[in-house]
Design a protein around this ligand. Sequence first.
Ligand code: CTP
Length: 402
Amino acid sequence: MLEGKKIILGICGSIAAYKAATLVRLLVKAGANVQVLMTPDATNFITPLTLSTLSKRPVLVEYFTPETGEWNNHVELGLWADLMIIAPASANTLAKIATGLSDNLLTAVYLSAKCPVYFAPAMDLDMWKHEATQHNIGLLQSFGNILISPGKGELASGLHGEGRLAEPEVIVAFLETDIKSKLPLYGQNILVTAGPTYEAIDPVRFIGNHSSGKMGFAIADQFASLGANVTLIAGPTTEKSKYHDINRIDIISAADMLDACLRFFPDSKACVMCAAVADYTPVTVSVQKIKKQDKELHIDLKKTVDILKTMGQQKANGQVLVGFALETNDEEKNAIEKLQKKNLDLIVLNSLNDKGAGFKSDTNKITIIDSQLQKSIFKLKHKEQVAVDICNKVTELINAKN
Ligand code: CTP
């Protein structure tokens, strides 16, 4: 969730400022770009050098850098950020920002920020409990700022109670969950299939196809970025997911894929069947390697189960089912036939006649047809962008059906 996010971390004067080093490290590890701002007081507790080394960016404290005279533009910084975290947030800084005071760079950036602001207070028990502090926290929350509550425990003063800065791991987990909870598909289970299937002939040979899995993996990543719980059933492929929380199930054959789909489909809000499933499989699989002979070799094939059609028969109200059709001729007619025969909500058509579309390439050109036979025609795009178009359509349909 934090990958590529531009984060301003504001650090106030508090003994808990030492924990900011771990917080920066965890945010950077999660893929975020972290710009550290410190109040002048915070520099008494932890050095800017430690934080600039960990964040790989100069730490900003003053409105200008005295050595170079460079102006640290608070408005630009406020607009640059995707989110701002003030941690530790001292009682003093909370009071200032709650009342709109801006006597240092951190408080000025707060007032200029258009992004979500999180604050994690750290102070002594009595300061935390004081009506003034609680009033200021209430004010900040009424502005839409998000409190990351302090923990309980031993405080620097020797007192025991509430006021300890939430642990850096807790802050990062809080941010990730909060960001995810605001995404359009948060909490929805989505099933995606990708790649080819391999149908064994003997222990060393199989019938396969040229599917790379790129399109299905891009769709799974896009659903994950929209907050969905994604299960990705993948045939043999070298592709990797961007999101570590995608539940990947590796399968080999069409029969394996059928089993996995039937296991996950009932609990899924939507299924996008992007895999290139073999239509035929050998009637028997030789236990030993088939030896070369002088005469021709014939392999008897039997039909595999049409997985999509099976799911179409089982589809419940509120579920969205999406198929793919890769065609070489009579493209629209064939796609519509599949849409209707398999009881789909959408079919994604790509034609092998379009340059840059289909297997192995990084691009695709699609037409999406819905059950009302409404067509959306898209330009040739990178598969990641194609995935955005497909997932947007699916999200619209999930919302319309539920
Ligand atoms: N599909 C499936 N199970 C199969 C074969 C296909 O679930 N045994 C799915 C594919 O994943 C795709 C859709 O059905 O989403 C259409 O696949 P395609 O191969 O284009 O269509 P078929 O129905 O197999 O028809 P044909 O091969 O004759 O075009």
